[in-house]
Design a protein around this ligand. Structure first.
Ligand code: SF4
Length: 259
């Protein structure tokens, strides 16, 4: 009954709007109370973005076919319950991604490996630990300013390359995740993530070294840490060049250099 659903939706949207206004009003009353108690003029509180709090108190109804409107919490649940592609049958855990919100840098890799599948956490295996050695010297970490994710949320058996239909099934989640993370910059790791998000057939060697845009967000491409671990001699230097671009864009100090 789509009509009924639309009615319910506009009803809840009105309530959410009213709640956000009430919260702002509450701040105004707090300012007034402070003024009365202290007898001093108080600078009025700014207009706040209460969307996360409103999502917590009055979440939009979950529509399994429409991640576009989902809150972060809803999106996590949608991924956990997802059966859109055959990878749901072989996964141990979905691996949604994790990190700071909002984030300065969103790193998107290919797919979860064995360690990630076992724990449900992104980039915790050998490649993830190696990725940390790229980020830490720049003052970047998932605890403070980076969000780590993959283009596919479930591990392909034996770590095979994800199939095109699996990627296209998972992309709506990734697209919504990007909007919710609101990064200043996206760093794509490896050919699979780069081809999927930039909708291109070009490989990393051709793509890296320049900025792209995804829905207005600047994007850089570099090699996947797992690939670099297999070919340090050739790939370590280009990755460092790419990281220098990340640092310059985010105005970060490179190790051994003062600003
Ligand atoms: S890989 Fe993505 S689309 Fe496929 S089952 Fe997992 S969450 Fe769903």
């Amino acid at each position: 009954m789509p009509g009924l659903r639309n009615n319910n939706m506009s009803n809840i949207e009105e309530k959410r709007e009213a709640l956000a206004q009430d919260l702002q009003q509450f701040l105004y009353y707090c300012d007034q109370a402070e003024e009365m108690i202290t007898g001093k003029e108080v600078t009025p509180s700014p207009v706040m973005d209460f969307s996360s709090l409103v999502d917590e108190i009055l979440p939009l109804p979950l529509d399994k076919d429409a991640p576009e409107g989902a809150s972060m919490k809803q999106l996590v649940r949608m991924v956990q319950e997802c059966t859109r592609c055959p990878l749901c049958e072989t996964r141990t855990h979905t691996v949604f991604g994790e990190g700071a919100l909002p984030s300065r840098l969103l790193v998107i890799g290919e797919s979860p490996g064995a360690d990630e599948d076992a724990t449900g956490r992104a980039f915790v295996g050998k490649a993830g630990q190696y990725l940390d050695t790229w980020l830490t010297p720049l003052g970047l970490s998932r605890e403070t300013n980076v969000y780590l994710s993959n283009i596919i949320k479930c591990r392909p058996p034996e770590n095979r390359t994800p199939h095109v239909n699996e990627i296209s099934s998972c992309l709506p989640f990734v697209r919504r995740q990007i909007r919710l993370v609101k990064p200043e910059l996206i760093l794509l790791l490896g050919g699979v993530a780069s081809k999927a998000l930039l909708d291109t057939d070009k490989g990393v060697g051709e793509l890296r070294g320049r900025f792209y845009r995804y829905e207005g967000v600047p994007v850089l491409v570099t090699y996947h840490p797992a690939g670099v671990l297999r070919n340090m001699e050739e790939l370590k230097r280009p990755v460092w060049e790419d990281l220098k671009k990340v640092a310059a864009f985010l105005n970060l100090t490179l190790p051994g250099r003062s600003r």
